[in-house]
Design a protein around this ligand. Structure first.
Ligand SMILES: Nc1nc2c(ncn2[C@@H]2O[C@H](COP(=O)(O)OP(=O)(O)OP(=O)(O)O)[C@@H](O)[C@H]2O)c(=O)[nH]1
Length: 213
């Protein structure tokens, strides 16, 4: 299976730190703000899952979200919409020490869902990730609030520390990728189910026809 993940969140919440942690198992401290697409793969249930990760800066996203709320018609083909179209799943990151970053995640969930709906996708896999768990003495967003937001919006929820720990980061990405796999299986199964109904109906009609002969 191949899948595309977009990592989003306000500035300095640790989007690059999480991505680099997943890819290299390392935390290097400073990352710069280059927008990049990375590839990664892992084995789940004996099958290889390859995915591309798009680590994107928030400043550009913010400009576009403002355009969208002001109903700018040019927003229809905006890079935001392209990104949403490209993605099979989203990792939305906030810092547990930064309430504004948490509020932004709430808005991003709504924008992504409404854009995906316009594109005809009913369910979009999203993982909400509270980063910098190691800075618990500076926490301003309780875990419970993150969990509630995720529950309300039907998203996955994780609290992690890119600085302290590789496994929490791995768990968040894997959880998201598995949800994406389930979503893909559900959409490929639907036509099969329909084909099954068509088949059984034609069997009924065929029987009627032979009965009436
Ligand atoms: N204590 C702590 N610091 C972190 C953690 N994750 C990232 N940081 C620090 O937070 C700062 C921002 O991290 P980045 O990964 O560059 O954040 P970003 O979201 O990619 O930022 P932009 O490139 O501005 O969009 C850096 O100084 C990191 O070292 C974490 O889990 N704990």
């Amino acid at each position: 299976m191949e899948a595309n993940v977009v990592v989003l969140g306000t500035d300095s919440v640790g989007k690059s730190a999480l991505t680099v942690r997943l890819l290299t198992r390392r935390f290097i401290g400073e990352y710069g703000d280059i927008e990049s697409i990375y590839s990664h793969s892992f084995i789940a249930d004996g099958r290889e899952i390859s995915f591309s990760i798009w680590d994107s800066p928030y400043s550009e996203m913010l400009r576009e979200l403002k355009c969208r709320t002001s109903q700018d018609p040019s927003a229809e083909t905006s890079p935001f919409q392209k990104k949403v179209r490209w993605a099979d799943g989203f990792l939305l990151v906030y810092s547990i020490c930064d309430r504004a970053s948490f509020n932004a995640v709430g808005k991003l969930v709504q924008s992504i869902k409404s854009t995906k709906e316009l594109l005809g996708d009913e369910k979009v896999p999203i993982a909400i990730v509270g980063n910098k768990r190691d800075l618990h003495h500076r926490r301003t967003v309780p875990s419970e609030e993150g969990r509630l937001l995720a529950l309300d919006a039907d998203c996955l929820f994780y609290e992690v520390s890119a600085a302290e720990n590789y496994h929490s980061v791995l768990t968040a990405f894997h959880g998201l990728v598995e949800r994406m796999r389930d979503a893909k299986l559900a959409t490929t199964k639907r036509p099969l189910r329909l084909r099954g109904i068509v088949k059984s109906m034609s069997a009924v009609f065929a029987r009627r026809r032979t009965d009436s002969l």
